[in-house]
Design a protein around this ligand. Structure first.
Ligand code: PMP
Length: 441
């Protein structure tokens, strides 16, 4: 179903009526150049565009399509839910089951509220944290992206990184003053800030494993992981830790990144106070969620004083898609995902090494990204020091060969359970030419 309108025509029409022709900045291909393919259908690991071209997809709608596109069980669940009504604006069974499923899998989450995007989830978590502590200041890390919440846009990753923006116009000075940005992984900077301003800090927010400046997993020092360090430092000052698992949740592992660096209990027990989710738990429909300690979640209206609401929150189609996706994510699915991820990492590393392209691949569970520089990337500064021009050449050669990568050197690559060995072979066939293109600056 390609239609007769080309991507070029659609992009030019789009630019008349939609700013830059897109509804989310990175889609405009601004940093890599060229016309973005306008997609008309997708199945499994494959995409089809308006020009009749087929691509192997390594974006996966930026995370939700973990079972591949148009998974039969997920589509059937949505179809069935749609037949029973598209939205009620009233409680419905699916939202209870989805909340129970998240609470069952993610130990620090005692209660959960569903929203419509990751942005809403982090925005609402900040509000709860400020209400709980009676404090205003939020600490975030450079290169971490938490959605386009005013308070969290400073030195953010993802599209903000792609377009080299320091933050955003339109954020008030007062809002910016209440956000302190520190270098990721810099414990001395965290300690110095808390020593000076600890009593003003409501919360630290961090990606459980940053993946919006490329993947930069948290590091251990003296046997203590960075997330645990943040939790202990925040708690010692009466502040909270918000762990953003919008991207890593149900992807890095079955229990998200907390399943990888969270404790098994005992003396080392630590937990974020609040967590945020999105992407996978909506199965491709608009969903976010925030949850955590029951005493904190109890602050929400109507029982508590923190107002938070949504006309479409807990939407029956979205919860059906999310539940069907989680149902498909059994142990075998995570094994498939892990194996596809590892195989692809190896294929990319081999091709870039053969072509003599400096690179480093970093991972957080099944999630990974490729940096076009030799040295490990531990911070946003490191990530920005990569050769983005080499990435752009690589990206376009991959696209020309039928592989659709994230159009930015600062994004993770997303595989799905539909990335079978046959699909990975198709990627492998394109990699040598793309690696040569990256080398040939
Ligand atoms: N937090 C993280 C860690 C994310 O990766 C994203 C989106 N990529 C968001 C929040 C914002 O989610 P959304 O785009 O659904 O608003």
């Amino acid at each position: 179903m390609t239609g007769t309108t080309s991507s070029t025509d659609l992009f030019s029409r789009a630019r008349q009526v939609i700013p830059s022709g897109v509804n989310s900045p990175v889609r405009a291909f601004g940093s890599v150049g060229g016309t973005p393919p306008f997609l008309t259908s997708a199945k499994g690991a494959l995409l089809h565009d308006a020009d009749g071209t087929e691509y192997v997809d390594l974006v996966g709608s930026w995370g939700p399509m973990i079972l591949g596109h148009a998974d039969e069980q997920v589509v059937e669940a949505v179809r069935e839910a749609a037949g029973r009504g598209l939205s009620f604006g009233a409680p419905q069974p699916g939202e209870v089951t989805l909340a129970e499923e998240v609470v069952r899998r993610i130990r620090p989450v005692e209660q959960l509220r569903l929203v419509n995007s990751g942005t809403e989830a982090t925005m609402s978590a900040l509000r709860v944290a400020r209400a709980a502590t009676g404090r205003d200041v939020i600490v975030k890390f450079a290169g971490c992206y938490h959605g386009h919440v005013d308070a969290l846009l400073a030195e953010a990753g993802s599209g903000v990184a792609t377009f080299a923006m320091p933050g955003s116009a339109g954020v008030t000075a007062a809002t910016a003053r209440d956000t302190v940005v520190l270098p990721y992984g810099d414990r001395a900077a965290v300690q110095a800030l808390f020593a000076e301003r600890g009593s003003e800090i409501a919360a630290i927010i961090t990606e459980a494993a940053p993946a919006n400046m490329g993947v930069v997993p948290p590091r251990e020092e003296d046997g203590i992981g960075f997330n645990r360090f943040l939790s202990e430092t925040a708690h010692a000052a009466g502040a909270l830790l918000i762990s953003d698992e919008v991207l890593t949740g149900f992807r890095a592992s079955a229990e998200g990144y907390y399943g990888i660096d969270g404790p098994q209990g005992g003396a080392d027990a630590w937990a974020p106070d609040l967590m945020t989710f999105g992407k996978v738990i909506g199965g491709g429909l608009p969903v976010g969620a925030f949850g955590g300690r029951a005493d904190l979640m109890g602050l929400l209206a109507p029982a508590g004083p923190v107002y938070q609401a949504g006309t479409l929150s807990g939407n029956p189609l979205a919860t059906a898609a999310g539940l069907a996706t989680l149902a498909g994510l059994d142990q075998a699915a995570y094994r498939t995902l892990g194996s596809a991820s590892r195989t692809l990492q190896q294929l990319v590393a081999d091709a870039l090494t053969t072509a003599g392209v400096p690179h480093t691949i970093q991972r957080a569970g099944t999630l990974f990204s490729v940096f076009f520089r030799e040295a490990p990337v531990r911070s946003y500064e490191d990530a920005k020091a990569q050769d983005t021009a080499a990435f752009t050449r690589f990206f376009h050669a991959m696209l020309a060969g039928g592989v659709y990568l994230p159009p930015s050197a600062f994004e993770a690559w997303f595989v799905s359970t539909a990335h079978t060995p046959a699909v990975l072979d198709r990627i492998a066939a394109v990699l040598p030419a793309a690696a040569a293109a990256a080398a040939g600056g």
